[in-house]
Design a protein around this ligand. Structure first.
Ligand code: HEM
Length: 140
C-alpha cells in the first residue's frame, strides 16, 4: 500500500488572494443564479419589481466584477511564472470569456425587449459559469 502525501496549506498571501477572487466570483455568478430564481416571485409583487431587484443587484454585481479583474491580475502576477503554454492559452480563453460576460451583462441591463433580455441574460450566465470553471482548472 502506498502512503498518501500529506496535504499542505496555501501560504497566507495566496489564501487572501484566492479567497477575495472566489468571494467576488460567488457574488458575480451566484448572485445571477439567485436572482434568476427570485424573478418569478418578484413578478407576483408587481410589474416593476424584477427591474428594481436587478437595479439593486447591479450595485453589488459591478463592484464584484471590478474585484474579479483586479484579483485576476493579481492571480496572474503571482502564478504565471513557469506555467505551460497550454495554461497561458487557457488563461487567454478565460480573459476573453470574462470580457464576454461583462459585455453581455451590460447589454442585458440596457435591453428593452423580453427576447433580448432573455438572450443577454443567458449569454451572461453561461459565460460567467464558464469563467468560473476555467478558473478552477487554472488553479490546478
Ligand atoms: C467572471 C469573472 C471570473 C470568475 C467567475 C473567476 C473565477 C475563478 C475561480 C473560481 C478560480 C479558482 C480559484 C480556486 O480554485 O482556488 C479562479 C482562478 C483564477 N483566475 Fe479567475 N475568475 C474571473 C475573472 C478572472 C480574471 C479577469 C482574471 C485575469 C485577469 C482571472 C485569473 C485567474 C487566475 C490566473 C486563476 C488561477 C489562480 C491560481 O492558480 O492561484 N480570473 N478564477
Amino acid at each position: 500500500m502506498t502512503a498518501l502525501a500529506p496535504a499542505t496549506l496555501a501560504p497566507a498571501l495566496d489564501g487572501v488572494r484566492l479567497s477575495i477572487h472566489v468571494l467576488a466570483a460567488s457574488v458575480w455568478v451566484g448572485g445571477q443564479i439567485t436572482l434568476a430564481g427570485l424573478v418569478p416571485t418578484a413578478r407576483s409583487l408587481g410589474p416593476n419589481a424584477p427591474r428594481s431587484l436587478a437595479v439593486a443587484f447591479a450595485r453589488v454585481q459591478w463592484p464584484a466584477y471590478a474585484l474579479l479583474v483586479l484579483t485576476g491580475l493579481w492571480n496572474i502576477s503571482a502564478t504565471h511564472a513557469g506555467q505551460s503554454g497550454t495554461w497561458q492559452i487557457v488563461l487567454g480563453v478565460k480573459i476573453a470569456v470574462v470580457a464576454v460576460a461583462g459585455l453581455a451583462a451590460w447589454l442585458h441591463t440596457r435591453a428593452s425587449s423580453r427576447s433580448s433580455l432573455a438572450a443577454w441574460g443567458a449569454v451572461t450566465a453561461l459565460s460567467s459559469v464558464a469563467a468560473l470553471v476555467i478558473g478552477v482548472f487554472l488553479a490546478g
